[in-house]
Structures are given as structure tokens and as C-alpha cells.
Ligand binder design. Structure first.
Ligand code: GCO
Ligand code: MG
Length: 412
């Protein structure tokens, strides 16, 4: 079998997605997600200009060799653009292998290790009342684990909080489906870590009082704290028994986690912006985290993320794969197949794509009783309707950025 055709398809149904579509001389089609939120076209160019010419005529069965060829062959390794491009190739090749074998990808990865994947959704609100409504609506949708993000008194707009758009002067800003703002310039948000640290423990206390001790609760600190601030937050949240505290400090400074770890037993998750096993190596070996947040789409594909998770398993560290709406349905399917197969699955983030996205990408996964399952169609189980995709041209969209009250730029 040979790769005959390699197309890069950009579509923007509810938000921008980049998909690599490979077709073989035997007519098998494989899809890979190459979406890098806010910098999508850089990956399009990387694929079209530098990767597609290398793929034509190659044997699609040689997944490991193709991965090494693209990673080592380029000489310039790692980085989000390179790794998103390689990820798309890797996913598409697994998709083709599954279709050629007549098996879902999870079977090729060793078969199912569980009945389904516990998934968490994103509840948020500017006020505690709004937050409670959002938690209730997630429970009604069947979620059995919930991420809690809340407004902070005195701050006008915080990333990850739905329904703040109107106050922020833009009624169209809906976090759930469109965190990136379409248009020429990104939205400015504001931040005050001391106010946040004062406010958040009370919010978790209120949520526990309202919804009881059993519901797994998560929180994303989105890289905004210093190590000592993160240590304090971890300690302050201990009575509320979090499933995890995510990205408490900027992910580049891995030593920060040593300090956080010395002070708190709140479980830690990190890695949605990491690209390779090298980013995780030390924090896994030193057992500084509890969950690996890498996304199939941003870690170079199923092949290297499986290796990273197998390594993590030696230290009882589990998966918590990134799954916001900027991971396309193809990237989500890849995460579900991998999560079903590995032994050390922890939890899967699941935000739910919008209706238009689901019309462009037909998917075989199921969502019932708070659990995801990738389905049993051969390959990844996703097809792309090219005509439907063509209705939604690319629209420039930026993630927001953050400033402190005095105007200093801050991590968001
Ligand atoms: C999460 C994330 C996302 C990212 C987004 C950036 O935990 O789901 O933090 O909301 O910010 O994916 O593109
Ligand atoms: Mg996050």
C-alpha cells in the first residue's frame, strides 16, 4: 500500500480546525488533527510545504518509521507547530491501519482495558449562583466529574468562565465553544492572584456543601501562580478533596513543582502545552505530578503519547488527556482510543463540540452515564464531510491575554 494523496483541510464550523487527510492507493482514508489554537495556519504551512511532499509514495503501515523520519529527519525537533504536524500524520496512519485491519484503533493498541472513559466537563460562573446552575446543568447532562472555574470579585473577565462576554463588552464571547475571539485582535482579560487565592477556597467549600463529598471536582490554575502561591492554594483546597489542581504554575519551570509538592497533598496535573516525553521526563521520574495532561494532537500523536503514558505508569501516574473544543473530533477520537487501551487511564476532559462541528465531522463515539467510548468502527471512527467543511472558511481567532491592574502582562 502507498500514500497517494495528502490534503490539508481547514474549516471553521464553530471554531478553526486543521485536518490532514491521507488517501492510499487502495482507497483507505486516514484523518489526523493538526489544530493549534490561535496559530492554525503555521501548522497548515508546515504540513503543506514540508511534510506532504515526504508522505507521497510512502508505506502507510510504517507508523513508527514515519514518525522517526519526520521527527529526526527535520533536525529541528519539538515545538508546538512541528509536533502538531507530526501528530496529524501519526493519527491518520493509525486510522488507515485500523481501516485496513477492519478494527477500531483501540484494538490495535492492545484492546479495551475498561468499559468506558470517565469524563469531566467544565462548569463555570461569574458568581456562585451561576456556577451552581452550571454544575447542575452538567449533572443533568450526565457528567460524573466536573471542573470548577469561577469569577473573582473585582475582576472583569477571566479565561475559562462562560457568560462573562456581555460584561466584557462582547456578547459573542462564549467560552464553551469559542474561547478564541474571531477578529483582528485578541481580548484583554484582567488578573489579581491575591484576590483569586482569597476567593477560591470559599467557592470550593460552597460547592462541596451544595453537591456533597463524592463528586470529583477539578480546577485549572492556568499557569497563573508562583510556586509558593500554588503551594498555598493546594493546602487551602485540601479540605475539599480535589481530583486535581491543573497547571498551577507556568509549565516551563518544572522545578516549581518540587516546591508545590513539598507543601500539599492536592493531586497535580500538568502538560497540555507540552510537546514531547522530554517535557515530562523529570516530573514523572520525580513523581511531581499525578496526571499527564498531554494531548494526542500536541504531543506528536498516539505513538509518542502512548510511550509517555507507559513510562508514567511505572510511577502510578495516570492520564488526563487534554480535551477542550480546540482539539478537533479527530483528536478527541484518538484520545478516546488511547485512553480505552492503556492501563493507567485517569480521566478524559470532554467539553462537547457545537452542532456545526458535529455536522462537519461525523463521529462514532458514545457518551452515556458520564462515560465516553470511541465506538467500534474500523480506524478512529471519524469521517470528514468535505462539502460541509467547505461552508466554513478560516476565520482569524486569537486566544485572550492577561494584564494585572497596573498593566503588567501576566500568564493567563
Ligand atoms: C483546558 C485548557 C484549555 C486551553 C485551550 C487553549 O484545560 O481545557 O486550559 O481551555 O486553554 O485549549 O487552546
Ligand atoms: Mg487547562
Amino acid at each position: 500500500m502507498r500514500i497517494d494523496k495528502a490534503e490539508v483541510i481547514v474549516t471553521s464550523p464553530d471554531r478553526n480546525f486543521v485536518t490532514l487527510r491521507l488517501t492510499t492507493d487502495e482507497g483507505h482514508v486516514g484523518l489526523g488533527d493538526a489544530t493549534l489554537n490561535g496559530r492554525e495556519l503555521a501548522v497548515v504551512a508546515y504540513l503543506k510545504e514540508h511534510v506532504v511532499p515526504l508522505l507521497l509514495g510512502r508505506d502507510p503501515a510504517a507508523i513508527e518509521d514515519t514518525w522517526q523520519y519526520l521527527y529526526r529527519g527535520a533536525y529541528w525537533r519539538r515545538g508546538p507547530v512541528t509536533m502538531a504536524a507530526i501528530a496529524a500524520v501519526d493519527m491518520a496512519l493509525w486510522d488507515i491501519k485500523g481501516k485496513a485491519a477492519g478494527m477500531p484503533v483501540y484494538q490495535l493498541l492492545g484492546g479495551a482495558s475498561r468499559r468506558g472513559l470517565l469524563a469531566y466537563g467544565h462548569a463555570s460562573g461569574k458568581t456562585t449562583d451561576e456556577l451552581f446552575d452550571s454544575v447542575r446543568s452538567h449533572l443533568e447532562q450526565g457528567y460524573r466529574a466536573i471542573r470548577i472555574q469561577t469569577g473573582v470579585p473585582g475582576l472583569k473577565a477571566i479565561y475559562g468562565i462562560a457568560s462573562q462576554g456581555a460584561d466584557a463588552g462582547d456578547a459573542d464571547v462564549r467560552y464553551d465553544h469559542e474561547p478564541a475571539r474571531r477578529g483582528a485582535l485578541p481580548m484583554e482579560e484582567d488578573w489579581d492572584t491575591r484576590a483569586y487565592l482569597r476567593h477560591l477556597p470559599g467557592v470550593f467549600e460552597a460547592v462541596r456543601n451544595e453537591f456533597g463529598p463524592e463528586l470529583p471536582l477539578l480546577h485549572d490554575g492556568h499557569h497563573r501562580m508562583t510556586p509558593i502561591q500554588a503551594a498555598k492554594l493546594g493546602k487551602d483546597l485540601e479540605p475539599y478533596d480535589l481530583f486535581w489542581l491543573e497547571d498551577c504554575t507556568p509549565a516551563e519551570n518544572q522545578e516549581a513543582l518540587r516546591l508545590v509538592r513539598q507543601h500539599t497533598t492536592t493531586p497535580l496535573a500538568i502538560g497540555e502545552i507540552f510537546n514531547t516525553v522530554w517535557d515530562f521526563k523529570d516530573i514523572i521520574r520525580e513523581q511531581l505530578i499525578d496526571y499527564v495532561r498531554g494531548a494526542v494532537t500536541h504531543m506528536g500523536g498516539i505513538t509518542p503519547l502512548k510511550k509517555t503514558l507507559d513510562y508514567a505508569a511505572m510511577y502510578q501516574i495516570k492520564s488526563g488527556m487534554h480535551g477542550p473544543t480546540d482539539i478537533s473530533p479527530v483528536g478527541m477520537a484518538a484520545a478516546m482510543h488511547l485512553g480505552l487501551a492503556i492501563h493507567n487511564f485517569g480521566i478524559q476532559e470532554y467539553m462537547q463540540h457545537g452542532t456545526r462541528t458535529n455536522e462537519v465531522f461525523q463521529q462514532s463515539f458514545t457518551w452515556a452515564d458520564g462515560m465516553l467510548h470511541p465506538g467500534d468502527e474500523p480506524g478512529l471512527g471519524v469521517t470528514l464531510d468535505v462539502d460541509e467543511a467547505g461552508k466554513y472558511p478560516y476565520a482569524q481567532a486569537y486566544l485572550p491575554y492577561n494584564r494585572l491592574h497596573d498593566g503588567t502582562m501576566h500568564d493567563w
